[in-house]
Design a protein around this ligand. Sequence first.
Ligand code: FAD
Length: 290
Amino acid sequence: MRIDEILSKKRTLSFEVFPPKKGAEELDKLLRTIDALKALSPDFISVTCGAGGSNAKNVVQIADYIQNGAGINALAHITGGPSAPADVDAAAKALRQKGIENVLCLRGDRPVGYEADYCRYFPHATDLAEYLAPYGFTLGAACYPEGHPECESLYADLVNMKKKEKAGAKFFITQLFYDNSYYYRLVGEARRIGIAAPIIPGIMPLVNPKNIRRIKEMCGSAIPLEFRNMIEIYASRSAVMEEIGYNYAVYQIIDLIAKGAPGIHLYVMNNARTAQEICSRIGRVLHELF
Ligand code: FAD
């Protein structure tokens, strides 16, 4: 089913997984994770794609399992960047053959050492969205509550977000964030400049203090002082830290739902337990408000 159609009827619960780098054993483990995620009745599961479509075949295989094996709507990511049009065509055709209807259209992260020639064919997600139009997917795109790191200003980033909608994006999924006020600002400003598509907040429970610096470097996401203080105090006590991380994510989710978010996208990092912990803590919210 098309994700924009689902969003027009109800709030969505979704999870994101990534293709494992190693061999068959890891892939099989991911498929078992998908089976476990199915028990939580997600509206869709997305599967990420390496920059420049580096693992596009795995993406097709995993999306096929999500859609046709587990019977859950799959959202396959396609990245542009240095991909040649022929590679994009191959991925799009393979996804179509498997009956995948939904694609998250991205430029992709720049791998180190790729800078000069990185954006030869598809400089931006908008170029890829326009190229993919004839395939008839329901397209989604990424957006950034704290602004994309490369963008000169938040306003310029918003204008580019509007271009993504014009190029075909029917919904957006945000970069992860830990301060909901950035999401509310993004949605408010997006509506003010005429972006109408639903904006699904992306949440990643922070249960491992070692990830703090990585999150800051990779995503630029600010961590509110109160939460940071808790992490610092209990950083060496992993069980307590997990409890804090899951409960903080639950606090974010309930606040987002209360203020009208159209769904929740959980970055589960191939760990079914992350999704299980969150869903078990918000069971009634899921039952009554999704
Ligand atoms: P773009 O939309 O091209 O934006 C990149 C920069 O260019 C921004 O500063 C933007 O303001 C500007 N811009 C956008 N459009 C235009 C335009 N038409 N003209 C001029 N400037 C423009 N990375 C992966 O490699 N694989 C994944 O599977 C993946 N999944 C993701 C899923 C989500 C929900 C999110 C939020 C991010 C994901 N990423 C993924 C990371 C993403 O690829 C990076 O953040 C990347 O740097 C930007 O991708 P984009 O599609 O937003 O690019």
